[in-house]
Design a protein around this ligand. Structure first.
Ligand SMILES: NC(=O)c1ccc[n+]([C@@H]2O[C@H](COP(=O)([O-])OP(=O)(O)OC[C@H]3O[C@@H](n4cnc5c(N)ncnc54)[C@H](O)[C@@H]3O)[C@@H](O)[C@H]2O)c1
Ligand SMILES: [Zn+2]
Length: 368
């Protein structure tokens, strides 16, 4: 079993490459000054080019002088073609190993930009500036980079840390409530991996009516939970799998939604996946019933439900058996909670428990 007090005893210190600030332009210019690159490139997608870049260009010297590399927005463009176009622009515009790439965008841009920088000329320095809540709390930190390939998510990539990740809440004004809730699911996950106190606080917080400074402090706390697990297991051989809590169900829900041609955002899938994972946690490890009920009620009220019937169970079970991170043998291996803040990784769960949990998931989220 892992909990964060164990992590503290092992000497966890907050990642030095993370900065939480709403003075983003100054942070970028300070870091650019320290790194002293021969040239600066910024990677944006079509949305961050119009919502974020103009402001940064007008207030940051480093960004104002940078060469802009732009890709199309959306998960479907986190692919080899976009990656090749980034490499090509870097090459054509004379980037060298002493250049700097600044990735400004959601998880698609930070994943792909970090991978482009890590591979161009065997690696140039990069800074991540996440502009979505999901990016800020999860995708931009922890050193996982990559692209989708051969119809598989994050099929090609590598582990490499950014020189700096600048986390700010000032970019979120142009995100929808649904995008805020999507990122918030990962914050709820971090809280449940961490402590009851943090979980209670987040369940009371009004994420769609957030105030920038208070959300920045919550983000700092939330990201430190992720960093705690990452610092012990950068390459995800064991303990980092704690961060997959809820994700075995979530990935199956996302895949089923894709088959139905009604895609489900990752954060929503995680919110629903954690309901199912808590049910399994109750069945296998005695997770307290009142905590399960309270979280499920929060999800039902704020996220609704991902609709499934018993006809979907065989497909979902099959999808869970194919989840690349969670299979050890014949049984699906899940990250589960014994209680809030007490996590167990790679718990073998038989198919009969998965289908029983899906029945209870439907009850808890008021599905017929
Ligand atoms: N590396 C990791 O550890 C990790 C962890 C979690 C998720 N991810 C990856 O992150 C991606 C999902 O991240 P995401 O949800 O940020 O997706 P995204 O980058 O596609 O952003 C969502 C949408 O918001 C737009 N956008 C970005 N910033 C905006 C702003 N400030 N205002 C208005 N619109 C804005 C984007 O253009 C896009 O259309 C997935 O590819 C996933 O695999 C990676
Ligand atoms: Zn996730």
């Amino acid at each position: 079993m892992v909990n964060l007090s164990t992590i503290s005893e092992t000497g966890f210190v907050p990642a030095p490459n993370l900065l939480f600030t709403n003075s983003v332009e100054r942070a970028i210019d300070d870091m650019a000054g320290k790194l002293n690159p021969v040239s600066v490139f910024v990677l944006v997608d079509s949305n961050t080019a119009s919502f974020v870049l103009p402001r940064l260009r007008s207030q940051s010297k480093a960004i104002a002088s940078a060469t802009v590399v732009q890709t199309k927005a959306g998960e479907e463009n986190k692919n080899l073609d976009s990656l090749a176009s980034i490499w090509k622009t870097l090459g054509d515009q004379g980037a060298t190993r002493s250049s700097l790439l600044i990735n400004i965008g959601g998880g698609v841009i930070t994943d792909m930009g970090a991978f482009a920088a890590s591979t161009f000329k065997r690696g140039i320095p990069f800074i991540n500036v996440p502009t979505t809540l999901l990016g800020a709390v999860d995708a931009s930190v922890g050193g996982k980079t990559g692209i989708n390939f051969n119809s598989l998510k994050n099929e090609v990539g590598l582990f490499r840390e950014a020189e700096l990740v600048i986390v700010s809440t000032t970019f979120f004004r142009t995100l929808t409530n649904a995008e805020m809730l999507s990122g918030y699911a990962e914050m709820l996950k971090h809280a449940m991996l961490s402590s009851r106190e943090m979980t209670d606080r987040l369940l009371r917080y009004d994420i769609t009516g957030y105030e920038p400074e208070s959300l920045l402090r919550l983000l700092e706390e939330s990201v430190s939970v992720k960093c705690g697990f990452v610092s012990l297991d950068f390459n995800e051989r064991g303990l980092r799998k704690a961060l997959n809590f809820g994700h075995t169900f979530a990935h199956a829900f996302e895949s089923l939604a894709m088959v139905r041609k009604a895609p489900l955002s990752h954060g929503y899938a995680v919110a629903f996946g954690m309901v199912a994972a808590l049910v399994v946690s109750r069945m296998k490890l005695g997770f307290p019933s009142d905590d399960l009920q309270r979280y499920a009620a929060y999800v039902a009220e704020n996220y609704g439900a991902f609709e499934i019937t018993c006809d979907d169970y065989p497909r979902l079970v099959q999808l869970m058996h194919h989840d690349k991170k969670n299979i050890t043998s014949q049984e699906v291996a899940c990250t589960l909670l014994r209680a809030i803040g007490e996590v167990e990784v790679e718990v073998a769960v038989p198919d009969s428990d998965i289908t029983a949990a899906l029945d209870i998931y439907r009850d808890l989220l008021h599905l017929p």
